[in-house]
Design a protein. Sequence first.
Lengths: 562, 348
Amino acid sequence: MADHTLPIPGAITAAPSRGAALLEWLHGWVVTVDHKRLGILYVVYAIFFLLVAGAEALAMRIQLAIPGNHFVGPETYNELFTMHGTTMVFLVGMPILFGFANYLVPLMVGARDMAFPRLNAFSFWLTAFGGLLLYFSFIGGFGLYGMGNAPDVGWFAYAPLTAKAFSPGHNTDYWALSLIVMGFGTLGTAINIIATTLSMRCRGMTLFRMPLFVWLMLVVSGLTLITITPLTAAQIMLLIDRYVGGHFFDTQSGGSAVVWIHFFWIFGHPEVYVLVMPAFGIASEIIPVFSRKAIFGYPAMVAASVGIAFVSLGVWAHHMFTVGMTSVGNAFFVLSTMMVGIPTGIKIFNWLATMWGGKIRFATPMLFATGFLFQFLIAGLTGIMLSVAPWDWQLHNSYFVIAHFHYVLVGGIVFCIFAAIYYWYPKATGRMLSETLGHWHFWLFLIGFHITFDTMHLVGILGMPRSIYTYEADRGWNTLNMIISAGGMIQGIAVLIFAWNLIDSFLHGKEAGNDPWDAWTLEWSTPSPPPAYNFGADPVVRSRRPLWDLKHPNDPDWKYEQ
Amino acid sequence: MQPGRRLCLFRSRLCALCLPCLCAVPALAQGPQATPSILAPASTPAHEIYNLSLFVLLITGSIFAVVAGLLAYVVVRFRARGPDAEHEPPQIYGSTQVELAWTVIPVLIVVVLFLTTARIIFAIQDAPEPKSALDVTVIGHQFWWEFRYPKLNIVTANELHIPASTRGAPEPTYLHLLSADVDHSFWVPQLAGKTDLIPNHPNEMWLDPRAPGLYVGQCAQFCGVEHAKMLIRVYVDTPQQFDSWAENQQRLAVDDSAALAGREVFESQACVNCHTIVGTPAHGTFGPDLTHLMSRATIGAGAAANTPENLHAWIEDPGTFKPGALMPAMQLSNQQVNELVAYLSTLH
């Protein structure tokens, strides 16, 4: 066929100039539909915004280090915490986890790409431009003086503070529009992951032989389809209120502020599980490999994941114990919330049992995974405390809550993300990250994390509410806030070491080889980095750990797995 | 090297455990009177929550001790060491009995926690309002509190006075929570948990403090630019103190002829559009009622102490203490401001 003529080797003689080569390289990344390149784009994009949102957090901590500080004014502070929250959830958490899913799911199920590669690229660019739209508000969302004006209504954007009367200008519009755009990108990726897992698995890879990470991403993608929808609906209703004269949330015309709160948390609470379950998946891959044992209770782990997803859809109003629901309503959400603790507990016990009797190697990925286990345990227990509605009447919107969800998001998810980067970076780049820098990163980050967030629980118990740009000097919060801010700086230094490690190891790191960790899932059977087609021949698997079977022909998994 | 590293890990865990306790010491030493700590309850709802929280803390603390202990044991006991590290450990894929055990035990714990919690929810939320109760309507504004006592015909702002409630003659205060604009939340930790003030969605809460004194708190739901300076002061008075306070609040504004110039400034400027001074033509309701301004210790919802100098600075430009407050700087001459301060200072 005419389209498929092969190039004549002799015809290409002139080597492209340096500039042209750079353009070619850039063009290659922009137009790529390769799941691995898109995965890397997601992760790099997310790490960039991690640094941005981290800087926003440090600016807030400088402001709060002493009472009555004037480092930033109230308007700027409100923009900082709104942007920090929105960025961390939508521009860091979601993209980085979907980035890992993009990179790993096809490799783990023995496929050559995602089910819909073009949809995959489309989803990434939607997400990317959604993020740029949000940050464009700094220069484009003119305020009263025609200057840049970022959203300042909190990442939860409770009505009616978002109504035109209380939020003039365009900053709230940028917030709503960018979330809608990113929401569509997320939906595309979720559909893609579901299709890939259900229809692209290699021969022998039954659903119950999939790596747990793939299982978790399947569950998360299903959950995403359900939860992004109410968020998008609420944003559209908000825009209708603001521009077409709707009265959904406009209380001055009889609208309901409470309806927004319901909509937001019907999205917002499952969203927490959308973020944390990929982290569970990462831990479920790393802990067995570094403990040198198969995951304990694989079927229970799968069941617990599906169970968490189901229960998580019925707990949203535990964010609303102070809104004034009936006592029966409050009691219902107490029970449903506490029930999440059961499957979550099963997971923690199964990870411990996986480590039990193993020979644990504490390389950097395992250090982070162990830190995750410890912190996630505490996060779960403070979650139980917050589910006790009367206690929540005290703790809600205090720094105790801030401490609790940062324990989940940083102590749990970010620790797992770091573990994942140390673990899979060799696969993606062909080079190992420096273990020395990795240890510095881990220990500094661990210490900084505990100084900051352990202390935050206390200042919350002493009555400090969230979202305040300054506080009275006589409240007994001064020393604690100084400590919290100091811990934040230590974490900042640790993240800079990490960023340096990423760059330096890319250029000078040790060659990784195919399988540096002596691991068991399919991605480690291909070269590092894997070729565009992933696998030279379609793999065939007989158990959950195909590479274990190869390495131990006398003692293969398929003989023993239930 | 390996024992050293192990010790290191152990030490970090120990630090993580001890740090909170160490931090708590200086914090408590800074004067518990002004600290709105939930650990120092002074009213029945706060007490019930405190007792419940101790019970929950005991259970979660025990879970923590067991699981973190297991984790520490696993990390120390099962780390790879020595030349034998080359051989893989025995592979164990699961155990139904063990997994069943650690499913059933959490279920039992959840049942206990839920029943205890439900009891307290009903006890606090569904407590019937006694006849002797004092009703106060609390209206949240950007960024201040309006307190109305419908039975006593009193309107005041930012500083709530309520009588102490004794066991013999219980006189709890029932707060009816409304909002004039956006969501707010009423939180005075030593007296009760917080309840939100939401437009079109009236809420209710109650307090029955026993010990007279000053209890501080603040708005706990982000409500805009000056959310941080929307402070609450609750004065719990003895019945006699409360009666004399109420009697004073019910009077018309003091009409002191010495401050006539200031009163003229007040009534000829836009002040009257937003503020009320009972007994004068000022009937505005967008800002705090100033009839008995001098009976309050602070101005600007706790943004500054109520002194003549601060009043002067506030009237010149409220942004001095509270950038983003909705009261505009009225561009008055220094002379006018002085007269205004002299007038306001008579409003006892």
